[in-house]
Design a protein around this ligand. Structure first.
Ligand code: SF4
Ligand code: SF4
Length: 223
């Protein structure tokens, strides 16, 4: 990491990011020709997540939106910082559906995060890290700044665990390990998940959050 990127790293960390990771995304179709990605992760609050049982809470809905807004600010800062170094950068917001798939963003945050070697895509379809479990939300900044990183993804740590599969009230989680390059619907029925949230949690979080599969993941309870 050169001095300029070290400074960016330190500033993002000081502003609240728990994860700042780099990857080579030159082989990723949605990367729009950018060779590198900077993944920014923000850890969700333990106390608020503990309040989730068989439904989300108002506190979780507010926290979810606040964290997304904070991630967008961090990504905007990162985008500007790189631009001032006279390189091109393009931020992907934490939560913004694309035109072609309303259950996916313009660029898959989890793909870059996995390529950075920081974690894996769990059976839940969530990004899971050894350190923070799935209690982490992501934003991405694509760039041509010569980060010079190579990818070293880690193996899935889900193993025999099926906690999220058993807990999902929508039956949306298939229960298979994710295989890189496979479509998301091999592990998760996003339409089922969304429909359940709309039908059952409309009064909490306008039917757009749930959090049950996050709350039960054993990696989230490691100290
Ligand atoms: S968010 Fe809720 S409904 Fe959707 S997959 Fe997770 S547990 Fe199931
Ligand atoms: S609950 Fe278990 S199976 Fe689901 S993502 Fe977490 S570790 Fe993987």
């Amino acid at each position: 990491m050169d001095d300029k990127i070290q400074k960016l790293y330190d500033n993002l960390y000081d502003k609240g990011a728990c994860l700042i990771a780099f990857s080579d995304v030159s082989g990723v179709q949605q990367a729009k020709g950018f060779p590198y990605a900077i993944t920014i992760g923000y850890k969700l609050n333990d106390y608020i997540l503990q309040g989730i049982d068989d439904k989300p809470t108002y506190e979780y809905f507010h926290h979810y939106r606040t964290v997304n807004a904070c991630l967008d600010q961090l990504a905007l800062y990162c985008q500007t910082y790189i631009q001032r170094l006279r390189y091109t950068s393009y931020m992907i917001p934490a939560s913004q559906s694309s035109d072609s798939d309303r259950y996916a963003g313009a660029f898959p945050h989890k793909t870059a995060a996995v390529l950075s070697g920081s974690g894996w895509i769990g059976k839940s379809g969530l990004f899971v890290t050894p350190r923070w479990g799935s209690k982490i939300r992501l934003a991405t900044v694509l760039t041509d700044y010569p980060l010079g990183v190579t990818n070293s993804p880690i193996f899935s740590g889900c193993g025999e665990c099926n906690e999220c599969v058993k807990a999902c009230p929508a039956g949306a989680i298939v229960g298979k390990e994710y295989v890189s390059g496979q479509p998301r619907d091999t592990i998760l029925d996003a339409e089922k998940c969304s429909r359940y949230m709309k039908e059952h949690f409309q009064n909490i979080g306008r039917g757009s959050v749930c959090g049950i599969c996050i709350a039960v993941c054993p990696y989230n309870h490691l100290k």
